[in-house]
Design a binder for this molecule. Structure first.
Ligand SMILES: [Zn+2]
Ligand SMILES: [Zn+2]
Ligand SMILES: [Zn+2]
Length: 108
């Protein structure tokens, strides 16, 4: 692990080591007809939610519901993760793969 990960004590909870090849969008927006801006994946269970700049903030809502602490950006070219519990951004080594995502419905 790199030095930048030392502020987070939840790396042992990372269960998603391989990102999905493709996702359809924010799971909760797809269900409710909402629109997302950017996509985040929960590294505990693989839930795909939308960012805090999206109207419904489903990634954060998922954290509040489940207490799953870590998300990773699914945006092309972004590899950062965020820990809600420690309030810290980091690069988590050992999470591989790149996810194909649809364009944001908000930007269409
Ligand atoms: Zn943490
Ligand atoms: Zn959403
Ligand atoms: Zn989760």
């Amino acid at each position: 692990m790199s030095v930048s990960t030392s502020a987070c004590s939840h790396l042992g909870e990372v269960a998603v080591r391989e990102l999905p090849a493709e996702v359809a969008g924010c799971e909760d927006c797809l269900r409710s007809g909402g629109k997302w801006l950017h996509l985040r994946i929960c590294l505990t269970c693989g839930h795909v939610g939308c960012c805090d700049d999206s109207p419904n903030r489903h990634a954060t809502a998922h954290n509040h519901e489940t207490s799953h602490p870590l998300i990773r950006s699914l945006e092309p070219g972004e590899d950062w993760s965020w820990c809600y519990a420690d309030d810290v951004a980091m690069i988590i080594e050992g999470v591989t793969g790149e996810t194909r995502i649809p364009p944001s419905p908000l930007l269409q």
